[in-house]
Design a protein around this ligand. Structure first.
Ligand code: GLN
Ligand code: ZN
Length: 756
């Protein structure tokens, strides 16, 4: 009998109920109790949606973040969040989001650091550790959810983050080694496991995705130590790994003294039989056979082909699950009534993925005949997608086949290009610019909504956006900026905006996925070959340029970022999809150039986050990613200046690849690091122009002129002054004009002082 279970269910709610409840609570419009009721309703609904499974997860439901929850469970909430007024919940949210002195005079608190959860677009709150960290069990939240689930008749399997991954996710502030805390941490885990058994749990899922990363001997040793100590506890442990291959940790994972092991059979198909061979015969093997990271229907018949013999061999020891928590996919496809019916028939969201799981289990347990209709319907959907001429476009295929290395090369090297560009643009020293967007006012959002609903005609909408662009240009001229932007009022989102205009993309109405806290993203679905039917940005930029004699930057999103922020095809490598996107962006770049745009910025905000989990895979990724950027960007004349932008600050390990992009100018986020990150550029002798962000736009505070001058002086110690630009960090669209105008005034004044 194959057993079915789930590793985690999306908690935000099919209509983002949790988001709205959280935001209402934070704004003081809802009480703690009202928030608790919404949360309990969601849990109840989600368990009902998982009723077909043998075990449903509990405890993965979180009001903000499952890692922060684990910190609470282990008594490791930062002291600065705890020692203040208000309830425990307030302390929890203070740790998560921070509080400013203005809106919370009693309780100003710096937010916890946030970083990406492995290679997903989910962000967790980094556990704060130091040599004296003390842990103390605080199991109330988990026990309450367990009791709640059991009361509702749910066969509940608590989910916790394992001790090694918990430490691996954390950061020490004092240079001590995280693993030094293990000895102090393990007794608390033991108490937790005992408390869960006492409360009725038979199995506990203990997540250790750190096992799919590069681990040195200390970390491996820690795994052994930890699990040998925890085996004295009573619950059966299902050790869960996901997001990648175990590789050199495979034997370790198989041999740890636990009752079961979950592996991600989608990202590590080749390891399934090796694990099945290695795993001691008393252990359960849970296979993540349904992709928890994408939205495609699984090919059930072909999964059964390899699963059936394995099921015979493993018999009762086989469990089936999605590859990872379903946190990373939307809730329910049934809501998507506006989606094209053919494309919809190819998709599966969380609820549908669990149906697929049940079908597979039934086929294994009772024979394929017992689910003949389901399997046949699945086969029809798979075939329809495979054969659809909306997926394969021969014209695109021919263009891809014709791509050569030369396509990614500029005509001349940077020194020659920049000389010509300087002549044409005749900009002052330390030219000033911004990263692209200007405040997205309520009026802009309103207009976009009305346009979408058909309440504004195309002409009316265009007029309104043009008025907004005119305002941006006027403000920038008044400020005395050197290179202007149109302000991006027409863009809801830097990926969606392009996806909507490209063939090969589909959009959902409710396909929300949690990014962090109450923030969600709705990744577009890349389903077919990418073609650009018509220019996407040229009219807006041309209009903006018509209003001023100063140069206006064309503003595009790069192929790697579009790819990394989409649900991508699983019928071709990501690299191939990226190249198609690159060709489409290249056409846009060339159209902008033809329209007389001298400067074109291509944002690659998400280039770094696409880095694979294993360092040994980095080179391959960077190779095709940078190649795609080069193809998108470099089909222009020497006189056209290409800018790129990246919104993070870690460049040390990818600086060579960044240099190979060969953008004439790169703008980066630096204001919070005192220009230290420019060390990477200096050490590498990065050859092209750089615009380090000189003030942090995340704060409403107006930057100080002298501070900017000091920062630029620091920058000039690392990069020759004639190659430096002055710009803020990215994200002006999230600020108000009242904040942006004085901040940029100060920035321009600092530039003038520097020139003098
Ligand atoms: N051009 C975009 C903007 O200014 C860049 C956004 C980003 O880097 N995330 O909003
Ligand atoms: Zn950015």
């Amino acid at each position: 009998m194959a057993i079915t279970h789930n590793l985690g269910f999306p908690r935000i709610g099919g209509q983002r109920e949790l988001k709205f409840a959280l935001e209402a609570y934070w704004a003081g419009r809802q009480t703690e109790q009202e928030l608790a009721i919404t949360a309990a309703d969601l849990r109840r609904r989600h368990w009902q949606q998982q009723a077909g499974l043998d075990y449903a997860p509990i405890g993965e439901f979180s009001l903000y973040d499952q890692v922060l929850d684990m910190s609470v469970t282990l008594g490791n909430l930062p002291a600065r969040a705890k020692d203040k007024e208000g309830s425990e919940l307030d302390a929890y949210f203070r740790a998560a989001r921070g509080r400013g002195a203005n809106d919370s005079p009693c309780c100003a608190t710096a937010a916890g650091e946030m970083t990406k959860w492995f290679d997903t677009n989910y962000h967790y709150i980094v556990p704060e550790l130091h040599a004296n960290t003390q842990f103390e069990l605080n199991p109330e939240r988990l026990l309450a959810q367990l009791a709640e689930a059991r009361e509702q008749g749910v066969n509940a399997k608590p989910v916790i983050i394992g001790p090694i991954t918990y430490l691996w996710l954390g950061k020490t502030s004092d240079g001590s080694h995280r693993l030094d805390l293990l000895e102090r941490l393990l007794p608390v885990y033991s108490q937790l496991l005992e408390a869960l058994v006492d409360a009725g749990a038979e199995w506990v899922q203990i997540d250790e995705p750190a096992l799919v990363t590069d681990l040195d001997a200390n970390w491996r040793y820690a795994f052994n130590l930890a699990y040998h100590q925890l085996k004295a506890n009573r619950p059966k442990l299902l050790l869960a790994t996901y997001f990648g291959e175990l590789r050199d940790n495979l034997q370790l994972a198989c041999e740890l003294p636990v009752a079961g092991l979950h592996i991600d059979a989608v990202s590590a198909p080749a390891e399934v039989s090796r694990v099945a061979d290695w795993l001691p015969s008393h252990k359960v093997l849970s296979l993540g056979v349904i992709n928890g990271r994408n939205i495609w229907k699984s090919d059930l018949n072909s999964i059964l082909e390899w699963l059936e013999p394995l099921s015979e061999k493993l018999a009762d020891r086989l469990w089936l699950a999605p590859s990872c928590s379903l946190l990373h996919v939307p809730v329910d496809l049934d809501r998507e009534q506006e989606l094209d019916a053919e494309i919809r028939s190819w998709l599966a969201f969380s609820v549908q993925k669990l149906d697929e799981l049940s079908t597979l289990a039934k086929a294994l347990n009772e024979g394929r005949a017992s689910v003949r209709a389901e399997l046949a319907a699945n086969q029809r959907a798979i075939d329809s997608r495979r054969k659809s001429d909306r997926v394969i476009n021969p014209e695109v295929r021919r263009a891809i086949a014709a791509v050569t290395q030369e396509l990614g090369n500029r005509q001349s090297p940077y020194p020659q290009r920049i000389a010509r560009q300087r002549q044409i643009l005749s900009l002052p020293a330390f030219p000033t610019t911004t990263i692209g967007s200007f405040p997205q006012t309520p009026e802009i959002r309103q207009a976009r909504l009305q346009f979408r609903k058909g309440e504004l005609s195309n002409t009316q909408y265009t007029k309104q956006m043009q008025a907004e662009i005119a305002r941006c240009i006027e403000e920038q001229e008044k400020l005395g900026l050197d290179v202007l932007v149109h302000g991006e009022p027409e863009r809801n989102d830097m990926v969606e905006y392009f996806g909507e205009q490209l063939e090969g993309y589909a959009f959902t109405r409710f396909g929300w996925v949690q990014s962090y806290g109450s923030r969600c993203v709705k990744p577009p679905i890349l389903f077919g070959d990418i073609r650009r039917p018509t220019a996407m940005t040229v009219d807006w930029i041309r209009f903006a340029q018509s209003l001023t004699d100063k140069p206006v930057k064309g503003m595009l999103t790069g192929p790697v970022t579009i790819l990394n922020w989409s649900f991508v095809r699983d019928d071709q490598p990501r690299k191939d999809s990226c190249l198609q996107l690159a060709l489409a962006i290249r056409e846009e770049v060339q159209d902008l150039e033809k329209a007389g745009v001298n400067i074109i910025q291509i944002d690659e905000a998400a280039l770094r986050e696409g880095l694979p989990l294993r360092q040994s895979d980095w080179a391959t990724y960077l190779d095709w990613a940078i190649n795609s950027f080069r193809i998108a960007a470099n089909g222009v004349d020497d006189s056209t200046q290409i800018h790129t932008h990246m919104c993070y600050s870690e460049f040390n390990d990818i600086i060579e690849a960044i240099a190979h992009m060969d953008a004439d100018v790169i703008t980066i986020e630096t204001s919070r690091s005192d220009m230290e990150l420019l060390d990477a550029f200096r050490n590498f002798e990065y050859p092209n122009d750089i615009g380090p962000g000189v003030y942090d736009i995340h704060s409403p505070n107006i930057p100080d002129k002298q501070h900017i001058i000091n920062l630029m002086t620091l920058a000039a110690e690392r990069i020759p002054a004639e190659r430096l630009w002055i710009n803020p960090d990215c994200g002006l669209k999230t600020r108000k004009w009242e904040e942006v105008t004085p901040a940029l005034e100060t920035m321009v004044a600092a530039a003038q002082a520097l020139r003098a």
